[in-house]
Write a protein of this length. Sequence first.
Lengths: 99, 470
Amino acid sequence: MGLQPYLILAACLFTIGLFGVLTRRNAIGILLGIELMLNAVNVNLVAFARFTGETAGLIFALFTISITVAEVALGLAIVILIFRVRRTVEADNLDLLKG
Amino acid sequence: MTTLVLEVGLGLLMLGVFAVGLVTRGDERRIVGLLSAVGVLALAVGSFFLEASPAPARGAFVLDGLALFGKQLFLVATFIGILGSLSLPDPAFRRRAPEYYLLLLASLLGMLVLASARELILLFVAFELMSIPLYVLSGFLKREDVAVEAALKFFLVGTVSSAILAYGLSFVYGATGTTDLAGVARALAAPGPLLILGMLLVLAGFGFKIAAFPFHMWVPDTYEAASTPFVAWLSVAPKAAGFVAIFRVFLEGVGDPVALWVPIVAGLAAITMVAGNLMALPQRNSKRLLAYSGIAHIGYMLVGLAAVSASGTAMVLFYLVAYVFGNMGAFLVVESVAQAEGGSTHLDALRGLAQRSPLLALAMLLCLLSLGGIPFVAGFWAKLYVFWAAAQVGLYWLVLVGAVLTVVALFYYLILARRMYIEAPQRTGRIAVAPPLALAILICALGVVGLGVYPKPLVELTLRVANGLF
């Protein structure tokens, strides 16, 4: 298999993730979409590293994974906080700030 | 060794803040804020004694002119931001002071590293180190529903932008086979489709961070709900860091091929100026007004970037300095009025400010004039130079758009000034400003006036810095 199928797989993952971010009304669903987008990055990096023989991409992927974990942990913490003060995690109901 | 001295110093300061936070209890913890202020001041002063070394051909971490200029700017802005934060009335800022200052310093560390990064992985990690603490800080008052909502919005937009940035970086790496920015710059001489796609995604990712239109949605909400001194800092420091990163990736060593991006950046600049200024007009809340005007200012800076010349880059750097003083000053005056008015940041709170506190009103007026671009305050030179740089490369239409919108901006800034000077105050009584906050406002006002009266040294410095990139 060449490089192309991997890039297409990553592009599909990224698009599905972005679609989820834009259409989901639930904050957890949006977080899942972001997770998919970041995983597309990893697929890309690992595929490029495999086919160009340049190992820096593998290290990049490791860093991306750890940063993703930090971001999602923080995101879930914020979602829990918002559930505590507002009793909802539906994005449509979060409309105190407008204008 | 001296290359890393600021980062190591900041790391030690963070350890110190952490240790002091462990051994103090309750209200004693306010000392943490003082410690951070003194530490950052020492680092800022120290940074002016550092020598920039010309960038080596290779190397992931450099201390060239741009890096040093950026670091000095971030340190000064952070010092002003910390001074402003010292007198925050909410007890949470004293009880949980170690958290607040540690996060602020962590983000600052990210900015310092970002300014020096000439390697994609380091760039991305530094970018995230800068961004992640900001999400926590914007929701710092975790019992307040608006603050948490603002934090969620900021977080979602910020992480999506990080994902887009990382996706773009992965293509840049894949197309060039290297993570070294010097190698990327060489590859840009003959870009393939993958590289162009990657660079476009990277530009979009940075666009979110500097809040260019259409990536600006988080700005007004976050600014309105988060604590004002933090917002003052958030509105300048990460933006400046974003611009430094843009210069690194898109300009340094690239040469002619950057002309490819001119229409995109010029278009982005134009719609950002239009959107920011027009949306600022109907605002009734000072912080939202300043948020939208801040978006417009990013548009003006993008005008300088669109010029893709040494003078254009230099003028963006000059603009950033003027913007740091003008914008932070305006936000901090809003904060001191809000502290006297029980937290109100409505525009009406500023009514008759000149009668209640002439000095505060004068400082606000100077900052507004600078933001509006009136002669003999810093913002005038900033706008003039940016437009001049754009006109030099023939972007006359962009200069025209910018000039027309400057009039719109003056309109809402002067309405604010009218509220302070002509309208009668809602309440009487002097406004007492806490000493550190007053000092921060004084620094901003002096910076605005100083740069307005005598801009020459800074202009020469920025030109020297920018010439190193081309």
